[in-house]
Write a protein that binds this ligand. Structure first.
Ligand code: HEC
Length: 104
């Protein structure tokens, strides 16, 4: 596992929709700082889809893995319409990066 690789992936594939640093702003997607271990839909001042807001998902490793693989299969009706991250190791590295960032 490599959080460093996760960071590279994040910058390349997630950063145009998400910030992850402390006090980062919302973009098309919600700010992700502090998201690890939290319930879905809690980024301040972000307009989530109803489906996402009401999903009740907790962002632990298992759920993030499923979500990153198929966002719109895991949360039916989400406004996030992107292809998932296919590679298992890539998902692990991304999650590692999100986890470390959240704990800083
Ligand atoms: C095209 C823009 C876009 C891209 C690219 C994108 N996301 Fe998202 N993301 C969204 C949107 C929009 C939401 C909110 C979905 C909703 O409200 O239905 C979201 C939600 C999330 C959430 C849940 C946040 C919460 O507070 O519940 C996580 C975690 C997340 N994205 C991680 C990622 C990661 C990691 C990547 C890169 C692999 C990524 N996203 C790529 C747009 C994007």
């Amino acid at each position: 596992m490599s959080a460093e690789h996760g960071k590279e992936l994040f910058m390349a594939t997630c950063a145009h929709c998400h910030t992850i640093e402390k006090n980062g702003e919302n973009k098309f997607g919600p700010a992700l700082w502090g998201v690890f271990g939290r319930i879905a839909g809690l980024a301040p001042n972000y307009q989530y889809s109803k489906a996402h807001k009401e999903s009740g998902i907790v962002w632990d490793e298992k759920n993030l893995n499923k979500y990153l693989k198929h966002p719109d299969k895991f949360v039916h009706g989400t406004k996030k319409k992107i292809q998932g991250v296919k590679d298992k190791q890539d998902r692990k590295d991304l999650i590692e990066f999100i986890k470390i960032t959240t704990n800083n």
